[in-house]
Design a protein around this ligand. Structure first.
Ligand code: FAD
Length: 386
């Protein structure tokens, strides 16, 4: 077991860090102030740097590197803000990866090179008004009609809704209850019958558009079926990789809050000395640092064990759950350590606290991850309905 990054990984991490620090802070402030998603220009700049599809095969335009390299780059960019990092998140850990692992060769060739060039973002549309944690209750239906699929239904909370150019839509492809009828279909944004509701206003996640999606007789080619009915388990296996992206975003927000407050407590003076000299402050810093290191190790275990494939539900749920709890704890402690300045919009911590919270709801709540962990531990599936 080796806990060191290779020279190439350190170089890639440094390159991403330099790019993020030099190029992104002003844009991140603009996005936060205006709640405006970044445009295609940013994606093109990421593509030039090779930051899109880092862990997608080179045959489809990706860098052909591992999930660990993708996590290293994503963390550096998300330390600036999760909104600027979102296109990298989607291309390295989002539904493009489900497409790469589960899709037909034809779908991969059609979409993945455009993801890697920045032309296209693919978002995931699973949740519905009455199907959140109980995702297998979803009601959006897809019916095969000759060489087409016709989709009807309503989706909620899709990150990227209205802005992403394509969506992996979880839907009921056969009239069977629970997971058995569920598959997924790829739908392009401009398809007639697909419309978007008004923007949701989350407490954080500014610049990451979210809205309801309505499907009224939306017709797409039959080849756009990514996974047929009965493939829900495989979709969840691919989603375990998305959870590693969620873990990375959580870690980045927590680490950047910690880095900021570490400098702050060294500079801020009370009672005639820097506040870092109070032992109570030192204990808090140590608690935060321990949690950050543990979260990082759990993330690295999940992505390294996955190699080029998909992580286990055990590794990904533990990493996500721990990082989701860590970011809430670290940003909250950082805010307290900064006193009134932590609570002020003039400093970055209040945004980090708001952004950090959402990751423990997105991608399956913290409690749902704990149920996954218990299921993996006991080798049982606990039916939540009985
Ligand atoms: C910032 C953000 C981004 C998101 N992005 C997307 C996206 O891109 N695409 C998408 O499809 N969805 C997205 N979502 C939706 C997200 O996946 C759901 O919000 C989440 O799965 C929880 O569903 P819910 O909101 O309906 O809560 P509910 O399922 O109603 O849960 C409410 C509470 O009950 C608890 N609970 C429910 N069932 C159980 C149980 N069996 N045991 C213990 N506790 C339980 C939950 O943990 C939670 O605390 C996003 C959400 C957020 C906040």
């Amino acid at each position: 077991m080796d806990f060191q990054l290779t020279e190439q990984q350190i170089l890639l991490q440094d390159t991403a860090r330099r790019f993020a620090r030099n190029e992104l802070p002003q844009l991140a402030r603009h996005i936060e102030a205006n709640d405006e998603p970044p445009g295609i220009d940013l994606r093109r700049r990421f593509a030039q740097q090779g930051f899109l599809g880092i862990n997608l095969p080179s045959g489809y335009g990706g860098a052909g590197l591992s999930h660990l390299e993708a996590a290293l780059v994503l963390e550096e960019i998300a330390k600036i803000s999760i909104a600027v990092a979102f296109p990298v998140f989607e291309s390295c850990f989002g539904p493009s990866l489900a497409l790469a692992h589960l899709g037909s060769e034809e779908l991969r060739r059609k979409y993945l090179p455009r993801v890697c060039s920045g032309e296209l973002v693919i978002a995931v549309s699973m949740s519905e008004p009455d199907a959140g944690s109980a995702l297998t209750d979803l009601n959006t239906r897809a019916r095969v009609d000759g060489d087409q699929v016709i989709i009807n239904g309503r989706k909620r909370w899709c990150s990227g809704a209205g802005h992403a150019e394509a969506y992996v839509v979880y839907c009921r492809l056969e009239n069977l209850p629970g997971a058995r009828g569920i598959g997924a279909v790829l739908v392009e944004r401009e398809t007639p019958g697909l419309s978007f509701g008004t923007r949701d206003h989350h407490m954080g996640f500014r610049g990451i558009a979210s809205a309801d999606m309505s499907f009224e007789d939306v017709r797409v080619p039959r080849e756009n079926i990514l996974v047929p009915a009965g493939g829900f388990g495989r979709l969840m296996e691919a989603f375990d990789l998305e959870r590693c992206g969620n873990t990375t975003m959580s870690l980045a927000v927590a680490q950047s809050a910690f880095d900021f407050v570490l400098d702050y407590v060294a500079e801020r003076r009370q009672f005639g000395k820097p506040v870092v000299e109070f032992q109570a402050v030192q204990l808090q810093l140590a608690e935060m640092k321990m949690r950050l290191d543990a979260a990082r190790l759990l993330l690295y275990r999940a992505v390294v064990n996955a190699q080029q494939g998909l992580p286990s539900i055990n590794d990904s749920s533990i990493a996500k759950c721990f990082a989701n709890e860590t970011v809430r704890e670290v940003t909250s402690r950082a805010m307290q350590l900064m006193g009134g300045y932590g609570y002020s919009k003039e400093f970055p911590i209040e945004q980090k606290l708001r952004d950090g919270w959402g990751w423990g709801i997105a991608g399956g709540t913290i409690d749902i991850q704990k149920i996954n962990i218990a299921a993996a531990l006991t080798g049982r599936r606990f039916d939540q309905r009985r």
